[in-house]
Write a new protein. Structure first.
Length: 221
């Protein structure tokens, strides 16, 4: 995943090749501070205001965030990316979460993620990881967790019926769709989802597509 400048393109959500099996790197537009971000400062040291901080009640997870003249849709985060952030300290994922903490865009995930990421730390008696995941997924500065609703369960069943795969994955996809996401940040190549969603990967595989049509969607901004 290349987190560099995107030139003067009108970039919006995560440049990933739409062709099946291809994971193009994606860029960030000018002004995000991505290339300048090398700080190891804890994300909790920056206070990102949310709607309920301003007295307006809980934020609508479907609301897009305005960055300059662009409106940026929220991005759904798969559990493998949460692991890459907390346990592996993947540098590109760290930068992405840093940009989210600065208010460039919102990262969302299903409440199901909390149970999924806790299994190995609990089995290994890693209380430090348990605390880290709990903080990331329950505090205002972390990834916003979305409650599982009846509508999401029904949509999850429909996603699984149409695309196959595992039920937890289908619920994650349903959460992304119900909250207005157009991208899922995931390293799982087996993840199945409708055409309305694009998978963004942290992998560094370059795109070799020669497709003449617009093969890449916009980048995160």
């Amino acid at each position: 995943m290349h987190l560099g400048h995107a030139g003067e393109r009108d970039v919006r959500r995560g440049a990933v090749c739409e062709r099946r099996g291809c994971d193009a790197p994606f860029d960030l537009p000018r002004g995000t501070g991505a290339t300048a971000c090398g700080s190891s400062e804890d994300l909790g040291s920056r206070r990102r205001p949310r709607d309920h901080d301003r007295g307006g009640g809980p934020a609508d997870p479907r609301a897009s965030r305005r960055v300059g003249r662009l409106r940026v849709a929220p991005i759904d985060v798969d559990t493998n990316i949460l692991t890459a952030f907390v346990e592996k300290k993947h540098p590109d994922v760290m930068k992405l979460f840093e940009l989210s903490a600065r208010g460039q865009f919102d990262l969302l995930t299903s409440q199901l993620s909390l149970a999924e990421v806790m299994v190995r730390p609990l089995a290994a008696a890693r209380d430090d990881l348990v605390r880290a995941y709990r903080a990331l997924l329950t505090q205002p500065l972390g990834v916003r967790t979305i409650p599982i609703t009846v509508d999401m369960l029904i949509r999850g069943a429909a996603v699984r019926t149409e695309n196959g795969g595992k039920l937890p994955d289908a619920i994650h996809v349903a959460t992304a769709v119900e909250t207005g996401c157009t991208s899922i940040l995931s390293s799982d190549r087996r993840l199945r989802f409708p055409a309305s969603l694009t998978r963004i990967s942290e992998e560094r595989k370059p795109c070799g597509c020669s497709d003449s049509r617009s093969a890449h969607r916009g980048a995160l901004s």
